[in-house]
Design a protein around this ligand. Structure first.
Ligand SMILES: [Zn+2]
Length: 88
């Protein structure tokens, strides 16, 4: 059964919402949100909660290779900036 996302009810949308957030989908682009400020507000609340929950989780240290990768990316970035440009 296929639902037209534009005509789905808030109930149907909210039933899918947690699933959509779990999969990392960009829920903000959902057609239902274009016409429903109530669900937009709900989504904002959920994202605040999800963010807070993430901060409560134990911090996992990324492996050294990740830092090396980040460092070399930063160095590349610095090297590509124009040395003649005046600092602001
Ligand atoms: Zn709605």
């Amino acid at each position: 059964m296929t639902e037209d996302p534009k005509t789905m009810t808030c109930e149907q949308f909210q039933a899918q919402l947690s699933e959509l957030i779990g999969t990392g989908e960009i829920v903000a682009d959902h057609p239902h949100l274009q016409s429903c400020p109530r669900c937009r507000a709900l989504l904002a609340d959920l994202q605040t909660i999800a963010e807070a929950a993430r901060q409560l989780l134990p911090i996992v240290e990324p492996p050294d290779e990740v830092w090396e990768h980040i460092e070399s990316a930063i160095k590349k970035e610095e090297a590509s900036t124009d040395p003649h440009e005046e600092p602001k």
